[in-house]
Ligand binder design. Structure first.
Ligand code: SF4
Ligand code: SF4
Length: 103
């Protein structure tokens, strides 16, 4: 199966790998990936004791009782350009990326 590959001006080729999943079990909600993504793909959310998601700001450092932990989620996957900056900066290796099928 072939995947979408970009031919760069200097003769190299690049296969963008698009964000596919974030492992919520591993994620510590540090927000590093959010800060490097310039495409408005990601959204930090709080998870409350019932497993429900609540929108939170990445700059919100206080331990709010409304949620048990913070996790990063994929809010706008279609905005992703496949740069993998998020995966490279993630200290917990939460990310899975996939190339796009050229079908
Ligand atoms: S691969 Fe790039 S564009 Fe896509 S979510 Fe990660 S940092 Fe954002
Ligand atoms: S960098 Fe990794 S651990 Fe930190 S919020 Fe993003 S996915 Fe979670």
């Amino acid at each position: 199966m072939s995947v979408v590959t970009i031919n760069l001006p200097d003769g190299r080729s690049w296969t963008p790998k698009f964000v596919n999943a974030i492992n919520e079990e591993k994620c510590i909600g540090c927000g590093r990936c959010f800060k490097v993504c310039g495409r408005d793909v990601l959204q930090l959310k709080g998870v409350n004791e019932d497993g429900e998601y609540i929108a939170v700001s990445p700059d919100d450092d206080d331990d709010d009782d409304e949620y048990e932990k913070k996790v990063m989620t994929i809010a706008n996957p279609m905005n992703c350009v496949g740069c993998e900056a998020c995966a490279k900066i993630c200290p917990k290796k939460c990310y899975t990326h996939m190339p796009m099928d050229a079908a």
